[in-house]
Design a protein around this ligand. Structure first.
Ligand code: PLP
Length: 355
């Protein structure tokens, strides 16, 4: 029956969608293989401007700026925005690219305990002495599939006069009633100031990242953000993919709903089988095993049964919290999901993870 991939960030299956592939080919033929330039020299074509406009419209924001990746978007924002008089408050489990981006800036740095609102409030109180405060968090955390408490974060931000930044790499396109992301899911689209996200996961899976938010901020990034200023433009085929992916998502949320139903199927069947799945309702479904060796041998045995999953252990996750991270996609069939659950049950029994 072949091998089914359960470890890609291809949440909506758009990387193999025929219309997305066709859009890439058309963009390649019409606009060429690449620009051989950064954006501000001769690297801007109509499709780059159109995609930026479309991203801003998708997120209900004023403007957007493209990068070669979300890693670059995260590397380029903090240094451009914050000065030594400012402060940034970051969740301790934020993605490596946020951590690196913060390292590059000269603002005062505060790290709050993962999703701990008491700790964030204490750090916001401490940070009142600074000119400007920015709270930075992943919208959805990729190791645990848990979702940042954005409502509470935004309330605290309002109370202590702070801006809110979210990284939506594992949310854009599928979280919330219309797939706009964590801010839509939690009803705070008008309270989150800055969104960074990727074109390399749910939105076609090719490459690319962006920042979207208030126009003056995007103007500032175009002037000052180093990965934007000093790195090549996104290739037209990549722009074509992402642009078509956004069209599909703005026309209908059927693909996102199908993925959500399959996530629910997987999570409930695995829980009924006796496994512990971290997070809630997210297509990242970490099967918690504890022991690093158990996670590795189970993942290997899953592959022997045609299911491609990967075990994660220390230092990628804390000691004693090894897991196999399963990621559900809209392109999985119900039969694929059931086959995956059956394989987990067999392999789990064999290795003592289940009674
Ligand atoms: N932020 C988060 C939360 C991610 O998971 C990733 C990718 O793994 C990135 C940023 C970087 O995205 P990109 O692959 O577009 O550089």
């Amino acid at each position: 029956a072949g091998i089914v991939n359960f470890c890609a960030n291809n949440y909506l299956g758009l990387s193999s969608h025929p219309e997305v592939i066709r859009a890439a080919v058309e963009a390649l033929e019409k606009f060429g293989a690449g620009l051989s330039s950064v954006r501000f020299i001769c690297g801007t074509q109509s499709i780059h401007k159109d995609l930026e406009e479309k991203i801003a419209r998708f997120h209900h924001r004023e403007d957007a700026i493209l990068y070669a990746s979300c890693f670059d978007a995260n590397a380029g924002i903090f240094e451009a925005l914050l000065t030594p008089e400012d402060a940034v408050l970051s969740d301790e489990l934020n993605h490596a690219s946020i951590i690196d981006g913060i390292r590059l800036c000269k603002a005062n740095k505060y790290r709050y305990k993962h999703m701990d609102m008491q700790d964030l409030e204490a750090k916001l109180q401490e940070a009142q002495k600074h000119r400007l405060r920015l709270v930075a968090t992943d919208g959805a955390f990729s190791m645990d599939g848990d979702i940042a408490p954005l409502r509470e974060i935004c309330q605290l931000a309002q109370k202590y006069d702070a801006l809110v930044f979210i990284d939506e790499c594992h949310a854009t396109g599928f979280l919330g009633p219309n797939g706009r992301g964590t801010d839509e899911l939690l009803g705070v689209m008008d309270k989150v100031t800055i969104i960074n996200s990727t074109l390399g996961k749910a939105l076609g899976g090719a490459a690319g990242g962006y920042t979207t938010g208030p126009k003056p901020l995007i103007d500032l990034l175009r002037q000052r953000s180093r990965p934007y200023l000093f790195s090549n433009s996104l290739p037209p085929a990549v722009v074509g993919c992402a642009s078509k992916a956004l069209d599909l998502l703005m026309e209908s949320n059927a693909i996102a709903q199908s993925m959500a139903a399959k996530t629910q199927r997987f999570r409930s069947k695995m829980t009924a089988a006796g496994f512990t799945i971290s997070g809630k309702d997210h297509p990242i479904c970490p099967v918690m095993l504890g022991d690093a060796r158990l996670a590795a041998v189970m993942a290997e045995d899953m592959l022997n049964r045609g299911i491609y999953v990967i075990g994660f252990s220390y230092p990628v996750v804390p000691k004693g919290k090894a897991r196999i991270r399963v990621q559900i996609s809209a392109v999985h069939s119900d039969e694929d999901i059931d086959r995956c659950v059956e394989a987990f049950t067999e392999v789990g029994r064999k290795h003592g993870a289940l009674p």
